[in-house]
Design a binder for this molecule. Structure first.
Ligand code: GDP
Ligand code: IMO
Ligand code: MG
Length: 432
């Protein structure tokens, strides 16, 4: 039975939410496995337009169980707000289960994220300021607070009082910030625990039962492989592993169970925040990619920042496919290229006269690479209502085929608009 990992394969915002919403009806479980509310997943379907940050994008399918896995870091207040927004829109949320092992983003994580960023000045990462890095750091330092702890007064009290003493010293002495009150924080987070109690559980039996009963499972990625803590453009990365290894680790599903690994790529490239981006462009072509004035403009879902835009980078894409074993490509936002007379694809880098077909390690080398481009003719017609590959303009078919060839995997899904049905299913990953 299909166990499909759907992972972002660029620098995030590839359209994962759109595709998870599309595929959710094929899955018994949708499991979000990593990141936190740094993510912003946009879903456009018959029920409306939704911006999800923590809740899996399978929540709109009435029969699908949605799980927030152990690898996610959770801001409980943000999660409660998201649940309330969905409830107000008439979406049933009773099928949401939150791992009791998932770590909690605490107020000091958010403060430290923002204070660290401002103290870095020009060298800032451009984080979302949601406390993600500090929360993962505490998890690794074994001083994190988990969702299970919010349900136990004594555990919460003792873990929080131990950690808060150190955090308050850092906040007040290093950053001249106000200390955080133990009593207020304890009561607030206990309150969040009570509000979420019906959803918090050990998700292991739920996941294992689904696998044993051969039920289809969809693993929902957040962020993108190029933001990976080990394999991304360090230090301009997030603090988790967004790829397939993170999918297994963050859900508790063994790698041998996976039947397909779908890498989601935009038909071009975007990035929010600082860091290398060899194929970044500006000018009239960038304006076409940005789509300002449309609901799918390249503006960050979480922070409202303008996304940087550029051509498809097959060097980075191939690298992402190699380290994740991507067997199917999902190419999104093809329609954004509809009015582009000529489209470039980066097929290699030049660094000090040497040809590179993989990314360099250091930021300084990254800033010096010169992309080698191949130019392909545009199709100059609308693809938004096309639903079959063979009905795409010839040049669009050639463009897609070329991306598949360069990345080294077959194309499984193409999307030509933000709505659920604006997709071309070349090969359904649940049918493999
Ligand atoms: P995610 O973080 O990977 O889920 O992606 P985001 O939701 O942050 O960003 C993708 C944006 O593109 C959202 O505004 C989507 O509604 C939109 N979108 C997704 N697929 C398509 C598509 O095929 N065409 C167009 N025009 N917009 C799309
Ligand atoms: P989705 O799931 C795009 C980026 C931030 C910043 C870097 C580190 O919507 O694809 P962090 O707050 O994680 O410490 O910030 O990572 N980033 C994303 N960019 N989409 C995302 O998620 C992102 N999540 C984090 O902009 O550059
Ligand atoms: Mg996003």
């Amino acid at each position: 039975m299909a166990v499909v990992a759907l992972i972002g394969a660029q620098w995030g915002d590839e359209g994962k939410g759109h595709l998870v919403d599309l595929l959710a009806d094929r899955a018994r479980l949708v499991v979000r496995y990593g990141g936190g509310n740094n993510a912003g997943h946009t879903v456009v379907n018959h029920l409306g337009t939704f911006k999800l940050h923590l809740i899996p994008s399978g929540i709109f399918d009435a029969d699908t169980i949605n799980v927030i896995g152990p690898g996610v870091v959770i801001n409980p207040e943000a999660l409660i707000n998201e649940l309330n927004t969905l409830k107000t829109s008439g979406i049933a949320t009773g099928r949401l289960f939150i791992s009791d092992r998932a770590h909690v983003i605490m107020p000091y994580h958010i403060m430290l994220d923002q204070l660290q960023e401002s103290s870095l000045g020009e060298g800032k990462i451009g984080t979302t300021g949601r406390g993600i890095g500090p929360a993962y750091a505490d998890k690794m330092s074994r001083i994190g607070i988990r969702m299970a702890d919010l349900l136990h007064e004594e555990t919460l009290q003792s873990r929080l009082s131990a950690v808060l003493e150190e955090k308050n010293r850092i906040l007040t002495r290093l950053y001249n910030a106000k200390p955080i009150s133990l009593h207020d924080t304890y009561l607030r987070y206990l309150g969040f625990g009570r509000q979420l109690a019906a959803h918090i559980t050990n998700v292991h039996p739920l996941i294992i039962r689904a696998l044993e009963q051969e039920q289809p499972v969809l693993l929902e990625g957040a962020q993108g492989v190029l933001l990976d803590i080990d394999h991304g453009t360090y230090p301009y990365v997030t603090s988790s592993p967004p790829g397939v290894a993170g999918a297994c680790q963050g859900s508790g599903i063994a790698p041998s169970r996976l039947t397909s690994i779908v890498g989601v790529f935009k038909a071009y490239t975007t990035r929010v925040g600082e860091g290398p981006f060899p194929t970044e462009i500006d000018g009239p072509e960038a304006a076409i990619l940005r789509q300002i004035g449309t609901p799918w403009a390249e503006v960050g879902t979480t922070t409202g920042r303008l996304r940087r835009v550029g051509w498809f980078d097959a060097v980075m894409a191939r690298y992402a496919a190699q380290i994740n074993g991507i067997d199917r490509l999902a190419i999104t936002k093809l329609d954004v290229l509809d009015t582009m007379p000529m489209i470039r694809v980066c097929t290699g880098y030049q660094l000090d006269g040497i040809h590179l077909d993989y990314p360099p390690t250091t930021t300084s080398d990254f800033y010096r690479v010169k992309p080698i481009y191949e130019a392909l003719p545009g199709w100059m017609s609308s693809t938004t209502s096309v639903r079959r590959f063979q009905d795409l303009p010839r040049q669009a078919q050639a463009y897609i085929d070329r991306l598949g060839q360069l990345v080294g995997a077959e194309v499984g899904i193409i999307s030509v608009g933000p709505a659920r049905d604006q997709t071309i299913m070349v090969q359904d990953p649940f049918a493999i």
